[in-house]
Design a binder for this molecule. Structure first.
Ligand SMILES: NC(=O)C1=CN([C@@H]2O[C@H](COP(=O)(O)OP(=O)(O)OC[C@H]3O[C@@H](n4cnc5c(N)ncnc54)[C@H](O)[C@@H]3O)[C@@H](O)[C@H]2O)C=CC1
Ligand SMILES: O=C(O)[C@H]1O[C@H](OP(=O)(O)OP(=O)(O)OC[C@H]2O[C@@H](n3ccc(=O)[nH]c3=O)[C@H](O)[C@@H]2O)[C@H](O)[C@@H](O)[C@@H]1O
Length: 450
């Protein structure tokens, strides 16, 4: 790693994380080559189209993808590992690390496969940087594998650089991260990563240098803390329901204490997505393997509080329609796990919709950006082209993902098309007074019934 030429960067795995990272690296001025095993994804990216909905990403791609009028041409894509190995000085691994089927543990097969594909082709000095979220201990194992397989031997070095971006804000979070964490084993690796992140560092992003296990643990503990905060407020919602208190007021009031803070205290049907749920489970599984399972038993509770909130929403819907769901018509507003994303992985909204469907309700779903992904995952649900159409003839309307569009719904207009004016707010972002004024029976998780 002694070359002085401008760094060339590759990004392996161009999903939510990798596509954003590749475009952001081009924006920072590097020449970038992105690789994925999916030729369809690569074909889309080459056309400057995003395989997922992420605000601002398409614009960024088009500013840099070769072949677009006025583009910097610093960003290209391929499916060839040979090309990637030949091209790059720094290779970022951004492949998926899902939950294993039927187990809590993380499925490392995609990361392993990426390293096994790349390493034997590395003939010149290179830094391989893991970004995927992995169980602690993975980097040590992969570093040994890299040295073993790479013709460049010890000149092919590993580093771990976990990612903290949020979907919906991925571009902003990547260009202006609130911290950069690197696990390294050499001064050279640290310097190379400082070079990569020179602009965010210059803008004030703290740069934390540590060892492999700590870098891996920073990521899983950060997500565990966020999940714990959400389940804490959802536990308070359960108590509010029992005592007829208001969890929204409670969150606002405790949040005024700087030590607690206002963020991540939105009670509702809980957390989902491709990260928090699987990350806390993988963390528990890994702690068990390390003989430290007792340290994380609280995460089991965090997980079960979270799943109970989905069940409670199903129960409230059952009560709202008079005790039995069979044959009732339910409108579900929202399918994605959060607004401003098309991601439906472990979405609480779709999970609730699926449970209602299984119990005999006729469920019609509308989501501004997640319809295609929702249909692919839950083909047996009904789908409508607008909130109004989903609500037509409904016995109860469920608000399950807090898209801005739903905050602007007109209770009077929606009231004209439903069978009965009943609304359940699973995200606590609708104003009960506004809906009740239009004669809606309005209930929300953790809020007073009247
Ligand atoms: N989605 C997010 O907001 C964030 C995700 N992460 C972590 O980043 C990693 C990736 O997550 P996502 O981007 O959401 O997943 P994703 O599923 O959207 O993307 C992963 C991509 O890797 C590709 N891939 C799989 N095996 C491959 C291989 N052997 N070689 C090349 N490409 C391969 C897949 O085709 C897919 O396009 C996970 O570990 C996740 O926990 C971390 C921070 C944020
Ligand atoms: O590892 C990851 O992939 C990422 O996981 C989360 O990001 P993300 O999954 O995009 O979404 P969040 O904004 O964290 O929301 C996660 C879930 O929690 C729910 N949530 C969030 C906040 C809150 O107060 N209440 C609440 O129920 C959201 O609706 C959503 O379902 C973390 O916030 C990121 O820092 C991390 O990089």
């Amino acid at each position: 790693m002694t070359s002085r030429a401008p760094l060339k960067i590759t990004v392996i795995g161009t999903g939510y994380l990798g596509a954003t990272h590749a475009a952001a690296m081009a924006e920072l001025g590097f020449e970038v080559l992105g690789l994925d095993v999916s030729p369809e994804k690569i074909a889309m990216l080459e056309r400057g189209e995003t395989p997922m909905y992420e605000p601002g990403l398409e614009e960024l791609l088009r500013r840099h993808v070769a072949g677009h009028p006025g583009a910097s041409e610093r960003l290209r894509f391929t499916t060839s590992y040979e090309e990637v190995a030949e091209f790059g000085d720094v290779h970022f691994i951004c492949v998926n690390t899902p939950q294993k089927h039927g187990e809590y543990a993380c499925d490392m097969s995609y990361v392993d496969s990426a390293v096994e594909s790349l390493a034997p082709l590395l003939r010149r000095p290179a830094l391989v940087v893991g970004k995927s979220t992995v169980p602690v201990g993975s980097a040590v194992r992969l570093a040994a594998r890299l040295t073993e397989l790479a013709p460049a031997g010890e000149d092919a070095e590993l580093a771990w650089n976990p990612e903290f971006l949020r979907e919906g804000f991925a571009v902003e979070d990547t260009l202006h991260p609130d911290r950069i964490v690197v696990g390294v084993r050499s001064e050279q690796a640290e310097q190379r990563l400082r070079e990569v992140y020179a602009s965010p560092i210059a803008e004030g992003s703290p740069f934390v240098v540590t060892d492999f296990p700590t870098a891996e643990l920073v990521k899983t503990s950060a997500n565990s803390f966020l999940a714990t905060k959400i389940s804490f407020i959802n536990a308070m919602a359960e108590v509010c329901e029992a005592a007829d208190g208001d969890v929204v007021k409670l969150a606002e009031a405790i949040g005024h204490d700087d030590r607690i803070g206002k963020k991540f205290l939105r009670a509702g049907i809980g957390f989902g997505g491709g990260c928090l749920p699987k990350d806390i489970r993988a963390f528990m599984a890994r702690a068990g393997e390390l003989g430290a399972s007792e340290a994380l038993t609280f995460l089991r509770e965090v997980d079960s509080i979270n799943m109970r909130r989905r069940a409670q929403m199903v129960e409230l819907a059952r009560q709202a329609v008079g005790g039995t769901l069979l044959g009732t018509r339910i409108a579900v507003l929202g399918a994605t796990f959060k607004p401003d994303s098309d991601d439906v992985r472990d979405s609480p909204a779709l999970n609730v919709a699926g449970q209602l469907h299984l119990q005999g309700a006729q469920v019609t779903v509308y989501d501004p950006k997640g319809m295609e992904n929702a249909r692919a995952l839950f083909p047996t649900l009904r789908y409508a082209p607008s909130a109004l159409e989903a609500a037509r003839g409904a016995d109860v309307v469920l608000h399950l993902t807090e898209w801005r569009e739903f905050q602007q719904l007109d209770p009077a207009a929606l009231g004209e098309v439903v069978a009965t004016r009943r609304l359940l707010d699973g995200r606590n972002t609708l104003d009960p007074a506004v809906w009740r004024k239009e004669n809606w029976k309005f209930r929300a998780l953790g809020r007073p019934t009247a």
